[in-house]
Ligand binder design. Structure first.
Ligand SMILES: Cc1ncc(COP(=O)(O)O)c(C=O)c1O
Length: 427
């Protein structure tokens, strides 16, 4: 069958053959190197966690944790890299390290994983949702400026789906206003802005190594900073710091109530083995994204991903914008037809976070306690119209990190899009 014939054939939704006949396998990035790393840890007979909450020097973790942190510093050219057991832990530690206090406002985007917005709450901070840009899907800097009040303490920017937020602009703004910029870089490993790694422009950057990310150790995360003081506070919060403030000579103990955010030796060993594969892991996603974009960017009504000038994208997600006004049918039907053709796409990402019951029902918490529940900060529907429009009507996503298509299957996915697009009137 020629490509033209395939394109003209009946839609799979209507009983025709699938454009992607074989299921696309899940991507498995764990191999012999990670297996060996785990065996080496077990053979070493060292404790599976090298941390102690109060003893020195094991307050700073075991040999694998420290080797992983050192490898991370070398790779990302940062002064401090402190592993944690998740990016969620890392974000919480970051909020404590910068000194978030009850009532402090932290600017966050609503289109992100919930941990971003929950992190300030742990210290009594109040998330203030600010809308995103509709081209690159990260915080809109002009709207951030409008949202700054005397209570604002930090901007928590998310480098969403692998694209850096306007990091240098946000850092300059934070410095000018005396605020902190924290980067949630869970999804943008290896992305850059003007040559700077995403995650290294803010005062603290937080990375994730959970099972869904570019590189992973099942669970895991790491915080980076250039600031010695913030690094020490991160270490204290990571590991029951209340026990060690005396021998470390810590004067300011505000927020130094420690957690157990510690990474295990096996987790760190797997993460270090994965870090060695960083370039091929990210390049694989970039190549698939480029193939999809090049194969589809002439289709009317589908806007393929844009990359801001000076930036590189690491394509945790390849996200296109669907224009119902051009294509004439709702996105849901288009996605349904693509899925029937065998393309693993989804519509939208997570609902804007302020719609979570946590934000919608906060008044029910009572009249005392959390400044969050008492504050006048708004979480009503319609708060961030760009996010709502993108989520409800426009975004269609394929997740390069999750799937392992052959180059031929990527070609078939492109054909599936073109086939559904060609038959749109039949949907
Ligand atoms: C943007 C973002 N922030 C934070 C997190 C939390 O990461 P972790 O699962 O490592 O805690 C995730 C995880 O999906 C994420 O995507």
């Amino acid at each position: 069958m020629t490509a033209d014939q395939r394109l003209s054939s009946v839609l799979a939704l209507h009983g025709g053959c699938k454009a992607v006949p074989q299921d696309i396998p899940a991507f498995i990035g764990i191999g012999a190197e990670e297996k060996q790393a785990v065996i080496d840890v077990l053979d070493s007979k060292l404790p599976l966690s090298g941390f102690h909450g109060s003893a020195r020097p094991s307050f700073f973790g075991g040999p694998e944790v420290q080797a992983f942190e050192s490898a991370w510093r070398d790779t990302f050219k940062c002064k401090h890299a402190l592993s944690v057991n998740s990016a969620t832990s890392g974000l919480m530690a970051a909020m404590g390290a910068i000194g978030i206090e009850p009532g402090d406002e932290v600017i966050v985007p609503p289109y992100t994983m919930s941990a971003t917005a929950v992190a300030p709450l742990i210290y009594g901070g109040i998330p203030v949702f600010v809308d995103i840009e509709d081209q690159y899907f990260c915080l809109n800097v002009e709207k951030v400026k409008q949202a700054i009040t005397p209570r604002t303490k930090a901007i928590l920017a998310v480098n969403l789906w692998g694209h850096p937020a306007a990091l240098q602009e946000l850092r300059a703004l934070a410095d000018e206003k005396g605020l902190y910029l924290v980067e949630d870089n869970a999804q943008a490993l290896s992305a850059t802005e003007d040559g700077a790694w995403a995650g290294t422009v803010g005062h603290i950057g937080v990375f994730s190594m959970n099972v869904h990310k570019h590189i992973q150790s099942g669970e895991g995360g790491i915080c980076v900073t250039e600031d010695d003081h913030l690094a020490q506070r991160l270490q204290l919060i990571r590991n029951h710091g209340e026990n060690v403030t005396t021998w470390l000579g810590v004067e300011n103990i505000a927020n130094i109530i420690g957690f157990n955010f510690r990474q295990t030796e096996i987790g760190a060993a797997i993460a270090r083995a994965q870090l060695k594969k960083l370039t091929p892991m990210v390049e694989r996603c970039r190549q698939i994204a480029a193939q999809l974009t090049n194969g589809l960017n002439d289709l009317e009504g589908l806007i393929t991903p844009k990359v801001r000038s000076g930036c590189t994208h690491s394509y945790f997600m390849w996200s296109i914008r669907y224009q119902e006004s051009v294509l004439g049918i709702p996105r849901a039907r288009f996605v349904e037809a693509l899925q029937a053709e065998g393309v693993p796409v989804s519509q939208g990402y997570v609902s804007p976070l302020y719609r979570l019951p946590l934000f919608q029902k906060r008044i029910a918490l009572g009249t005392q306690g959390f400044p969050f529940s008492l504050s006048q900060i708004q979480y009503h529907d319609g708060l961030c119209p760009v996010t709502e429009r993108l989520h409800e009507r426009e975004i269609i996503q394929y997740q390069p990190v999750a799937w392992d298509p052959s180059p031929e299957q990527v070609g078939q996915m492109i054909e599936a899009f073109r086939k559904v697009h060609k038959h749109i009137k039949d949907l």
